[in-house]
Design a binder for this molecule. Structure first.
Ligand SMILES: C[C@](O)(CO)[C@H](O)COP(=O)(O)OP(=O)(O)OC[C@H]1O[C@@H](n2ccc(N)nc2=O)[C@H](O)[C@@H]1O
Ligand SMILES: Nc1ncnc2c1ncn2[C@@H]1O[C@H](COP(=O)(O)OP(=O)(O)OP(=O)(O)O)[C@@H](O)[C@H]1O
Length: 275
């Protein structure tokens, strides 16, 4: 039996860094949504664990035990042959590895019938827990506290990545002010897409300045996204380098994505709906 699970891109609509723990990990307050674009994990029972990485963004992604998909599957007793079809850029702030790991955990649970996640599952990455949620959520602590958020309307978006790898630890290291204000304790009720975008625009991604210091091209991506017709807001996701713009309608996002892709054929650009 072949089990297939979609691994959506994770987008940090907001990302406030509110402190740092003694062990170096940072305290976050983030509104996270998921895109209708992503990777695909498929697996079947086999004699030994194996992984093949395919798809348009497979270049450079490890196909060995360092891949989070492999590590997630290895937590179970059943050996499987896995195919990971990469459509998302890696080391890009959209949770590729974490989302792939979460999808693998779902697929393995489906295959084995196990109802409880194996020990170590959520230690695979800071974003794995939120990626297991697969719906808009508020993420706090170092990523281990996640709560679903109701009432966020589907948000039309363009995602753009300039092709530079931005390693997450380097960005956190370059962050100077680690005590940003959190989001309001109670998130507002959003009156439709326009109101939600207005509110998101009033929040921040505190990792933008240190990511731009690490990879200055990110400021070009943000400027080009903000200049697209109909763009209401441009912001970076996670630790970068992927940035997103939000639009009032999916038609506007589709047209803007086509325009940006034409201007920057060397960038990864896609329209998406975030939920
Ligand atoms: C920045 C975010 O993308 C926001 O969603 C995530 O918190 C990062 O998630 P991730 O890539 O799955 O992160 P991990 O692979 O667990 O951590 C990579 C590195 O980022 C730093 N890190 C990560 C999460 C966190 N709350 N504080 C940190 O300081 C640590 O140096 C860690 O070694
Ligand atoms: N399934 C995977 N897909 C992509 N990269 C992976 C995967 N498993 C392990 N890696 C390794 O992890 C590194 C980080 O990739 P990933 O796509 O998880 O980025 P990220 O920027 O840390 O995501 P985020 O910060 O949004 O959680 C890559 O450079 C790659 O070598």
């Amino acid at each position: 039996m072949l089990t297939k699970v979609f691994a959506p891109a994770k987008v940090n609509l907001t990302l406030h860094v509110t402190g740092q723990r003694r062990d170096g990990y940072h305290l976050l307050d983030s509104l996270v949504a998921f895109a209708d674009v992503g990777d695909r994990v498929s697996l079947r029972a086999a004699d030994a664990l194996s992984l093949e990485v395919t798809g348009p963004m497979a270049a450079g992604v490890p196909a060995d035990e360092t891949n989070l998909v492999w590590r997630a599957a290895a937590l179970f007793d059943v050996p499987v042959a896995i195919t990971l079809s990469k459509h998302l850029p890696a080391a890009a702030g959209i949770g590729g590895g974490s989302s792939d790991a979460a999808a693998t955990l779902f697929a393995m649970a489906d295959l084995t019938g196990d109802k409880v996640l194996p020990e170590g599952a959520t230690d695979l990455g800071a974003d794995v827990r939120v990626c297991l949620m697969r719906q808009a959520a508020r993420m706090q602590g170092i990523g281990e506290q996640v709560a679903p958020i109701a009432g966020l309307p589907p948000l039309p978006a363009v995602l753009a990545n300039p092709g530079v790898d931005v390693p997450t630890p380097a960005v956190f290291k370059a962050l100077t002010d680690k005590s940003g204000k959190p989001m309001a304790r109670k998130l507002p009720k959003w009156p439709g897409v326009k109101g939600a975008i207005d509110w998101i625009a009033s929040q921040r991604n505190d990792l933008e300045p240190p990511a731009i210091a690490t990879a200055p091209v990110i400021s070009d991506v943000l400027a080009d996204l903000a200049a697209l017709p109909g763009a209401r807001l441009a912001r970076m996701s996670g630790s970068g380098a992927t940035c997103f713009a939000l639009f009032d309608t999916r038609d506007a996002a589709d047209a803007a994505a086509a325009r940006l892709a034409e201007a920057h054929p060397e960038w990864w650009v896609t329209p998406a709906t975030l939920t």
